[in-house]
Ligand binder design. Structure first.
Ligand code: ADP
Ligand code: MG
Length: 677
């Protein structure tokens, strides 16, 4: 895979890996996040229901207490009136037959007993009362009174009309009158005031002097706040309720609060307010006991209502006790919130722990994935090095490291082999290249040698073939000259010309032979100072220098002798100088320089012949040492440089040329020193 390109495999692995982390987290947190809330919810709901039913049970108990208290009041009223009826003083007063005295007595006693009215009624309807009661009124309509006249004591709750009450006293009627207050959730009504009074109606049977009579007393409950506060204190003694709650007790006439400690505002009792329609339907209309939450005046209360039955057996009102629900609801809410906060805190605390655990479990995997991706991108030395933990993943990571170690080892081996192989191939190639070069050089040499050998053979042959006729011509010419006095004849010029031409043919043939078989012509080898040879050669070319205005500069510093035949060295130098002169047909400068010069630690002399002539292109320069190579057409032989090289090579030296077209040419000769040191 190319570098920098992210492996799709790694991507897939990373994806799988993160999903694995999510799954592990889910496994760890599922009970916590789902089961725990469900369980807690169920517990809380159950607890809440039990809590509510406990509250209902409590209020039910409280209603019982209130009911018992009411019963006791009725009973004690009965006891009081009965006791009065049986008292000696009363009997004496009745027997005295003075109704005015009896009325006074009753009036006194009424106050002592705390009754709102008290009267004495005989079987014949004759009435003795504390107040001016209308005689015409039939008081025996009351079952209580009727029963007492029949000889049986009884006490009941009865509803008196405003007129009934006014019959006892106008104040009583006034106390009973209660203006209705508009109340939320109550059944609508056209009435504006409740004028009736709810009364504890008690009658005791009295038999004095053979007469059957009844002593009848009553307590008006409307606005009787002492009565309701006593019930409340009894039912809700101090500290019997949660802080913030408050107990309430109420007596209803029909659905109107006639005595209550429920407050409308601060210190204003909710007299005249009415019960909610739903409670009214249940308790008053259906005669049930209400045990539930109910909206009382302006707040929610845990409430208990029971119907109040009058002596006729009618449901005429209700007894209520209840306590404010809000603090209990608040307590409940606090508990919920505490549980919720506790749960969240546990969750918040455990989440990092779970995360750390999963990270701990997945860390070796993470390391492995990192390692694999690094290996894929070429780093074979990458290792997971997971040592912590004993888990299976750690084991796998260890195995992976082991495998990678082997892989790297093999890779190293392969690389080493590859490098070895390369080096060998390189070495072989180098050897081959060198062999090839040697072969090429040898072939070149061979070609040159072959060429030279052939040329030498041909040249030697031709030279011999020419030498003989020339010798014949020369001999015959000498004979002719002896026979004829050439000097005095007219042919002297012609003979001189023939001699000259024969001589030049001789020289050419000698040169050819010298080139073809130099060994035979090597002749006598002597030691010469090159500078001297140069100085001796200058006069021979002087006429050529003069011809085309060439300035010669000599710069001679060599003081070492060379062991080369003097004629040969001279021939080499003259050829170089002549060539230079030919290269400067319009004049120029000719330099001849010599130095002492060591070549490869061998002492020797360097001679340079340089000109400012036309120079040579590369093709020419490459061929100048070839035999018969000339650019001078008929003028040149093309043998000068070829022979020179042969002579110098034989003498242990060399000759080189460098040239630039239009600038000039320099030939350098080096010869080893002949001095013995
Ligand atoms: P030749 O002088 O008879 O032509 P050489 O062997 O002496 O034969 O020279 C071969 C050729 O090398 C010449 O024809 C000439 O073209 C070239 N040459 C030699 N010396 C010079 C020089 N100094 N400047 C330019 N060309 C040169
Ligand atoms: Mg020449």
């Amino acid at each position: 895979m190319p570098d920098g390109e992210k492996s799709p495999l790694i991507g897939a692995r990373t994806g799988r890996f993160s999903s694995m982390r999510v799954r592990l987290l889910a496994i760890a947190l599922l009970p916590m996040l789902v089961v725990m809330p469900l369980f807690l919810g169920a517990v809380v709901l159950n607890w809440s229901a039990r809590f509510d039913s406990l509250l209902i049970a409590k209020v039910n108990g409280e209603l019982t207490i209130a009911h018992q208290y009411l019963t006791r009041i009725l009973q004690s009223n009965k006891d009081h009136v009965r006791a009065l009826g049986k008292s000696a003083e009363f009997e004496k007063t009745v027997l005295a037959g003075d109704d005015i005295a009896l009325a006074e007595f009753l009036s006194r006693t009424r106050l002592t007993l705390g009754l709102d009215f008290l009267y004495y009624i005989r079987e014949n309807g004759q009435l003795v009362a504390t107040t001016a009661l209308n005689d015409q009124e039939d008081l025996t309509k009351w079952p209580v009174v009727q029963q007492a006249l029949d000889g049986e004591d009884s006490t009941e709750i009865d509803i008196f009309s405003a007129e009934d009450l006014a019959g006892f006293s106008p104040e009583l009627a006034a106390q009973a009158r209660i203006e209705l207050v508009k109340t939320e959730a109550a059944v609508p009504t056209l009435k504006t005031a409740e004028t009736r009074g709810m009364v504890i109606h008690t009658a005791a049977a009295v038999q004095i002097g053979g007469d059957q009579a009844a002593l009848v007393g009553g307590v008006l409950l409307n606005r009787n706040l002492g009565f309701i506060d006593t019930i409340n204190d009894l039912v809700y003694p101090a500290a019997s309720l949660t802080e913030g709650s408050r107990g309430t007790a109420t007596l209803f006439l029909d659905d109107v609060r006639v005595s209550t400690n429920v407050r409308l505002f601060e210190n204003v009792r909710a007299l005249g307010t009415r019960v909610s329609g739903i409670v009214r339907a249940s308790v008053l209309e259906r005669g049930e006991v209400w045990l539930d939450r109910a909206f009382v005046v302006n707040d929610w209360y845990i409430s208990a209502y029971e119907p109040v039955i009058d002596s006729f057996g009618n449901r005429v009102g209700m007894l209520y006790v209840g306590f404010l629900d809000t603090p209990f609801q608040a307590a409940k809410l606090r508990t919920f919130v505490t549980i919720l906060v506790g749960f969240l805190v546990i969750l918040a605390l455990s989440l990092p722990i779970f995360l750390r655990w999963t990270r701990g479990i997945l860390k070796p995997l993470e390391c492995m994935i990192g390692t694999i991706s690094r290996v894929e991108s070429g780093d074979l030395g990458a290792r997971s090095n997971v040592t912590t933990g004993q888990g299976e993943i750690t084991l796998v990571a260890g195995h992976l490291d082991g495998l990678l170690e082997q892989l790297q080892e093999r890779d190293r081996d392969l690389r080493r082999w590859g490098e070895d192989l390369n080096a060998r191939v390189e070495a072989r190639t180098q050897e081959l290249r060198e062999a090839n070069q040697r072969l090429e050089a040898t072939t070149k040499q061979l070609v040159v040698s072959e060429k030279l050998a052939a040329i030498g053979e041909i040249t030697a042959g031709i030279a011999h073939e020419i030498n003989n006729p020339i010798a014949v011509i020369q001999g015959n010419l000498d004979v002719i000259e002896q026979e004829i006095d050439v000097k005095s004849s007219d042919l002297e010029t012609e003979f001189a010309l023939i001699h000259e031409q024969v001589h030049s043919v001789n020289i050419l043939v000698n040169k050819l032979l010298q080139f073809a078989r130099p060994e035979e012509y090597a002749g006598f080898v002597d030691h010469h100072l090159p500078d001297e040879v140069i100085n001796d050669s200058i006069p021979l070319v002087q006429h050529l220098l003069n011809k085309v205005d060439i300035v010669l500069s000599l710069d001679l510093h060599a003081d070492r002798a060379v062991s080369l035949n003097r004629t040969e060295l001279q021939q080499v130098l003259i050829n170089l100088m002549v060539n230079a002169i030919h290269a400067m047909p319009n004049g120029g400068q000719l330099f001849v320089r010599t130095y002492n010069h060591d070549e490869d630690a061998i002492k020797g002399v360097l001679i340079e012949v340089a000109d400012t002539g036309q120079g040579m292109p590369k093709e020419v320069l490459d061929c100048v040492f070839d035999p018969f190579f000339t650019t001078k057409l008929s003028e040149g032989t093309g043998l000068g440089l070829s022979i020179s090289r042969k002579l110098l090579t034989r003498g242990g030296g060399y000759i080189k040329a460098r040239s630039e077209v239009g600038v000039g040419t320099t030939f350098s000769i080096w010869l080893p020193s002949a001095d013995i040191e």
